[in-house]
Design a protein around this ligand. Structure first.
Ligand code: ADP
Ligand code: ASP
Ligand code: MG
Length: 423
């Protein structure tokens, strides 16, 4: 069997959903499980809704109406009939009931997030599944929360493989022989039976989870680009396609922030030597990229550029001039962990520690609170992190990017050069 994953861009409009139907009709052969994300940018909209709901803001009603209108427009255009529409409508009513009630004061922000944001995936898959059945592409909708069992950690749940794999294998293996299965990316269920999510952009990872459990022959992730390129083609007009990558190279690219793949996606596939294809849903005849086990380096001389915007630089210096060694580092890392900050680059000197992370007001003030007793903490927004993978000296492209910008941090390893540039 094979696994296909369609992301937000591939189902952002009625026309896009029709194109997914076309891709499935022409590209799927044999047993298939399809993972789908929320439509377009709906997850962002639902995040705004959570924020408004949690802080009892007036805007929550308007935001909900926007979510409803967006999905209704698509179902209308897909000519989904009244009988089938009622399943979509039920989800909208359920969401409306949640946001209209006063929230439980004891419930955390992250729990409420995981209660509300999964509606994006639930709505999207209901609509696509119904449309596909209507055009004769028979499929069965399943709820991923019954199969992807996770820790209870909201918004960043870890998969519990020992629980999930037997459920997926036991229930879905016999079903998949009969018809295509269609399910949601990104969402799961904690051991406490409440919704969880796997972190933003987590649908690629869901595809890998199902593929691992079902010993898939391959996974294909359908994107709005030709495949994995040596840079984001939206930023670098000379970006070129990388036809083949080893698992380790793909893990490194994703780790440094190449947003075309979720970083956790590769490991489960690598463990079972399942190849991952990244292909264009706009032109499925193009070869795309294949990621597989390969002892020799497949990238050879190709340099890859990865850009992360919106970085905050934090400088932490001990107030008592004590060295930034094990004991102080322990305090500093505990603070990052407690605030849920993920560091993208770090460096330390005798009496200071510097690092960058994606700007976040709430996390930043929590960090200041946790550290300001013992340290002087300085936070500076407005940086961009540039990573050049497979770096070699005398690179002209790099010179033109850096130009006269101030380099706040610089780090070089055997495989990558990282520069934190002031905007
Ligand atoms: P999805 O629809 O699956 O959520 P994403 O939008 O997350 O897809 O990922 C596709 C986007 O990733 C592309 O539109 C492209 O702008 C961006 N991207 C970033 N880095 C790369 C890269 N190295 N190769 C290809 N695309 C990249
Ligand atoms: N819908 C989720 C997000 O936008 C998951 C995904 O698209 O992969 O982050
Ligand atoms: Mg995405």
């Amino acid at each position: 069997m094979r696994v296909f994953k369609f992301g937000g861009a591939s189902v952002r409009s009625a026309g896009a959903v029709k194109n997914v139907g076309e891709v499935l009709r022409t590209q799927s052969e044999g047993p298939l499980l399809v993972v789908i994300s929320a439509m377009g940018k709906i997850t962002n909209k639902l995040e705004e809704l959570v924020e408004a709901y949690y802080h009892t803001k007036e805007t929550k009603k308007q935001l909900f109406e926007e979510v409803r209108f967006f999905h209704q427009e698509i179902t209308n255009e897909l000519q989904i009939d009244e009988y089938d529409y009622y399943e979509v409508d039920n989800l909208l009513i359920e969401l409306e009931c949640i946001i209209e009630k006063k929230r439980d004061e004891s419930s955390s922000y992250d729990t409420e997030y995981d209660r509300i944001v999964p509606f994006g995936e639930l709505l999207s898959t209901k609509i696509v599944s119904t449309y596909l059945n209507k055009i004769g592409y028979k499929n069965r909708w399943i709820d991923a929360r019954n199969f992807v069992i996770t820790t209870n950690k909201n918004r960043a749940a870890n998969v519990l493989w020992d629980e999930s794999v037997p459920l997926i294998k036991g229930s879905l293996e016999p079903l998949i022989e009969k018809q295509t299965i269609l399910t949601q990316g990104f969402i799961g269920r904690g051991l406490n039976h409440k919704n969880t999510t796997l972190g933003r952009e987590g649908s690629d990872y869901t595809a890998a989870i199902f593929a691992y459990a079902l010993d898939a022959e391959s996974v294909t992730i359908w994107k709005d680009v030709d495949g994995v390129m040596n840079a984001d083609p939206r930023r670098f007009e000379n970006a070129v396609l990388i036809p083949k990558l080893s698992y380790n190279e793909a893990i490194e690219l994703a780790y440094y922030g190449a947003s075309v793949l979720h970083p956790k996606t590769i490991q489960p596939l690598k463990n079972k030597a399942i190849p991952l294809y990244v292909k264009s849903f706009l032109d499925p005849s193009k070869p795309g990229t294949v990621i597989l086990e390969n002892a020799s380096r497949t990238l050879n001389e190709t340099q890859c550029y990865i850009v992360k915007d919106n970085q905050s630089l934090i400088t932490i210096a001990s107030k008592d001039f004590s060295f930034i060694v094990e004991d102080n580092l322990e305090i500093i890392f505990n603070a990052f962990n407690t605030a849920g900050v993920q560091l993208n680059l770090m460096q330390n000197s005798a009496i200071s520690f510097m690092a960058c992370f994606t700007a976040d007001e709430i996390k930043s003030s929590q960090l200041e609170e946790l550290l300001s007793d013992k340290f002087n903490v300085d936070l500076e927004k407005g940086h961009t992190l540039l990573t050049v993978f497979n770096y070699n000296n005398g690179n002209n492209e790099l010179k033109s990017i850096v130009n006269s910008r101030v380099i706040a941090l610089e780090q070089k390893s055997s495989s990558a050069l990282q520069l934190l540039l002031r905007d």
